[in-house]
Design a protein around this ligand. Structure first.
Ligand code: ATP
Ligand code: MG
Length: 251
């Protein structure tokens, strides 16, 4: 039991969910390491959603509402961290969830799909198509989903696949706490925020934007500049560290 009063309560609960995910055969052990890298970036971002992340989240939602075939790609970390919000987002945006994992096995894909279905999700997990140019498990996709998608939301994407999705002409929205990663630099929209905050934020935004007309949504997307967002994210880390360093001198 983690006491609610613990100063790192949220972060510890998140870790517990991932450990539980490993026990259920949903999360890969490597997923724990990837999460650790994410936590480090969250720490130096002050563990909050910055304005640049809100802007990216809003743009992402607008882009998915405008899409013909939006798809939300789900891996073993995302499935256990935010299942309810993924289902809500999928319903509001009319974007199916598709299981897509780096460390592929049919058994793991089935477990993730069943876990999400337990929350009421419609899940694509046929694994009946392949993306060319990739060697690892992420190449295996569903012919009704990522293969034909025009916009793909990929929380915790891997840089290589992001590049391949772009080559297929798809718009890629990434959620990645590391603004320096290849994924962050390759994506069309990079949400530098923790998925445990980003996905619930996107649900709230989607509830608002679903009533906008196409022109209003297009305007949001046209006003967006991902390089500017990445610059602001990197500067936020720099400013956070500068502030901390200054405080050390004062204490
Ligand atoms: P790339 O291949 O794009 O350069 P990478 O090799 O640094 O990325 P991967 O191991 O492929 O990273 O994927 C893990 C990524 O996911 C890291 O960049 C990490 O910051 C991010 N990440 C992990 N957990 C979270 C989380 N809860 N929320 C947001 N991002 C996260
Ligand atoms: Mg990588």
């Amino acid at each position: 039991m983690i006491p609610k009063s613990h100063p790192r309560y949220e972060s510890l609960i998140t870790r517990e969910k991932l450990v539980e995910g490993v026990k259920r055969g949903i999360t890969a052990l490597q997923g724990l390491i990837a999460h650790g890298r994410g936590e480090m970036f969250d720490y130096v971002l002050g563990e909050k959603t910055h304005e640049f992340a809100w802007i990216a989240e809003r743009t992402a939602v607008a882009m998915m509402l405008l899409a013909d075939h939006p798809v939300i790609s789900v891996n073993g970390n995302t499935a256990v961290l935010v299942p309810e919000d993924l289902v809500k987002l999928s319903e509001i945006l009319n974007a199916p969830l598709e299981v897509n994992v780096f460390h592929f096995s049919r058994e793991r894909v089935r477990r993730i799909a069943e876990y999400l279905e337990g929350f009421g999700a419609k899940v694509l997990a046929n694994c009946d198509a392949e993306l060319e140019g990739l060697e690892h498990g992420r190449r295996i996709v569903d012919s009704r989903g990522i293969l034909i998608a025009d916009v793909v939301l990929v929380p915790l994407e891997d840089g290589d696949r992001c590049e391949v999705l772009k080559r297929y002409g798809k718009k890629v929205i990434a959620i990645d706490l590391n603004p320096l990663s290849r994924t962050a630099r390759m994506a069309d929209v990079t949400i530098v925020d923790n998925i445990v905050r980003a996905v619930p934020n996107m649900v709230k935004i989607a509830e608002e934007l679903k009533d906008y007309n196409r022109n209003e949504l297009i305007e949001i997307v046209n006003n967006y500049d991902n390089r500017e967002i990445l610059r602001r994210a990197i500067e936020a880390i720099r400013d956070y560290l500068t502030k901390k360093a200054d405080k050390i001198l004062l204490s």
